[in-house]
Write a protein that binds this ligand. Structure first.
Ligand SMILES: C[S@@+](CC[C@H](N)C(=O)[O-])C[C@H]1O[C@@H](n2cnc3c(N)ncnc32)[C@H](O)[C@@H]1O
Length: 241
């Protein structure tokens, strides 16, 4: 699918609306889309890919389908086992301290993990460390002020995280999976972009809205607006020597 395009965004959005009923279709589609985005900058065939916080392995499976040697690093055994047996070669490991040598990966990939870590800078530094000079870092995350920032409690997080959680409990009779400050953190686009631009070990290849059908590169350049309109920020970085 052409990216960005209205057709692609609608297809992803429809799959996302049915995520609970048909997670295989939703994450399969997202994984193919992300792999296409990576391949715009580097071939996956033969590449060593580290998929950090890769959950139950949809992305790693897609990378392998395209000929990559992809390894999944995930700290939560429940996430790893969400589809039954953990994927072959999965490693129970935290993104802050990866069991990989410096420069071991051609591509270091993380989709929707940054907003789940308390210290995004250390998380990114570890991704950079394990990527070889010239390699790629793919980092995508949902920022807090995105319409989906509150995850399952969205969009009520705009009224405050606590209120959104209470509402979720009342409506569903269940506790929300995410608690702000415990396993979900208020990450904002401005500070992340400023941090990445100031780093001397990476070059920004793209900083764009991951799903927007148009103006994908422009939206993240607009202070204020970007916090709401980007939805999900995608950074593709080249590791400098
Ligand atoms: C929303 S899921 C994303 C899963 C998958 N990457 C995707 O895009 O569908 C967030 C994942 O980040 C993982 N995670 C949380 N803290 C982490 C950390 N410190 N290091 C690596 N992964 C972490 C969680 O266990 C969970 O699997």
């Amino acid at each position: 699918m052409r990216d960005p395009s209205l057709r692609r965004s609608l297809t992803l959005f429809r799959a996302f609306l049915h995520e609970q009923q048909d997670p295989e279709r939703c994450y399969g589609l997202l994984a193919r889309d992300a792999a296409d985005q990576v391949e715009r900058y580097a071939p996956l065939k033969g590449a060593v890919v580290a998929d950090i916080g890769g959950g139950s392995g949809h992305f790693t499976e897609e990378f392998r389908r395209r000929g990559a040697r992809s390894w999944l690093f995930e700290p939560d055994l429940r996430e790893l086992s969400a589809r039954g047996r953990p994927p072959y070669g999965a490693v129970l490991a935290d993104g802050y301290l990866l069991p990989l040598a410096d420069g071991a990966a051609d591509v270091c990939f993380s989709s929707n993990v940054l907003e789940h870590v308390a210290d995004p800078r250390t998380f990114l530094s570890e991704m950079v460390r394990v990527t070889r000079p010239g390699g790629l870092i793919y980092l995508a995350f949902t920022n807090w002020l995105s319409p989906w920032g509150g995850h399952e409690t969205a969009p009520w997080h705009y009224l405050g995280a606590h209120r959104a959680r209470e509402r979720y409990r009342r409506r569903t009779g269940r506790e929300a999976k995410h608690t702000l400050g415990v396993n979900l953190f208020a990450v904002h686009i401005g500070p992340v972009l400023r941090h990445v631009r100031a780093r001397e070990d990476v070059h920004i290849l793209t900083a764009r809205s991951r799903y927007a059908p148009c103006f994908a590169q422009t939206i993240p350049r607009l202070p204020g607006v970007r916090e709401v309109a980007t939805w999900n920020l995608l950074l593709i970085l080249r590791r400098l020597p």
